[in-house]
Design a protein around this ligand. Structure first.
Ligand code: ATP
Ligand code: MG
Length: 246
């Protein structure tokens, strides 16, 4: 078991592996996130990003390794209360309305006086007019927006966003980018898996690049540029360079 929480560490992952049959989807990962950090999780399709996040939030049982969220063991009630997860594919309840989803989440996270924030989020993502509709009537992008609203309204200290930009129109992507900056300013810790590099480039403190279940690069964009000797490279160029096949 890893050491109990030390000041400032929001997420500690030690020697984490996840195998599906013989396939090592996540391969002996070690890393941590400090409180208040925004970290991008990059990697090609199948790199293990979603598997890693699902292990951390308690949806998959790791084959090996230890995970602590703010000092709490993964999957424990305290860890769940500390973190919120926005999955790759929205998991909504067909028989609840948009507003009832937010009611349900804030109940589970014991958030008080959430209504104003919920209204602000629905208005920002332009689904306020859908608030009394059942979610089965929502479009793909609207489902993603509601899923994001649920994650944010939980007011959890740490947010795991698995490809949050997928399915969103350009305006919503811009709003999400501003929202991520706002959450960062509030001191929240964010771990964001994404293929869209542009929206996270300015807000991320660091990126972690996965390939075939292993961390192949990590650091600030400046660090990675420096490692490559390409001082003017964009995050996209850095990503393509580090993930290129040998
Ligand atoms: N439930 C499962 N059963 C078997 N193999 C799985 C399962 N889930 C994921 N995998 C495999 O684990 C590897 C990592 O998948 P994962 O979904 O974590 O990748 P990812 O980085 O999130 O990819 P993407 O960018 O496409 O979302 C892949 O080879 C995938 O086929
Ligand atoms: Mg994925």
């Amino acid at each position: 078991m890893i050491e109990a929480n030390y000041a400032g560490t929001m997420l500690a992952v030690q020697n984490l592996s996840k195998k599906f049959g013989k396939h090592m989807a996540v391969d002996r990962l070690n890393f941590s996130l400090h409180s208040g950090e925004v970290v991008g999780l990059l990697g090609p399709n199948g790199a293990g990003k979603s598997t890693l996040i699902k292990c951390i939030v308690g949806l998959l049982r790791p084959t090996n390794g230890e995970i602590l969220i703010n000092g709490h063991i993964r999957g424990s009630r305290a860890a769940r209360q500390t973190s919120a997860y926005v999955p790759e594919i929205p998991q909504l309840y067909d028989m609840l309305t948009v507003w009832q989803h937010l009611q349900f989440i804030t109940g589970a996270y014991e958030v008080k006086q959430w209504e104003e924030k919920a209204e602000e989020l629905l208005k920002m993502f332009e689904i306020w007019d859908k608030k009394d509709e059942f979610t089965k009537a929502l479009s793909k992008g609207m489902r993603q927006k509601l899923s994001l609203c649920c994650g944010v309204v939980s007011n959890a200290q740490m947010l795991f966003l698995d490809e949050p930009m997928v399915g969103l129109d350009p305006k919503a992507i811009k709003n999400l980018k501003n929202l991520i900056q706002e959450l960062k300013d509030e001191g929240k810790t964010l771990f964001i898996s994404t293929h869209l590099l542009d929206p996270i480039e300015t807000v991320c403190n660091r990126v972690i690049v996965l390939k075939k279940g292993k961390i192949i690069a990590q650091g600030s964009l400046e660090d990675l540029r420096h490692q490559l000797g390409e001082e003017n490279a964009s995050l996209e160029e850095v990503f393509l360079e580090v993930t290129a096949d040998d």
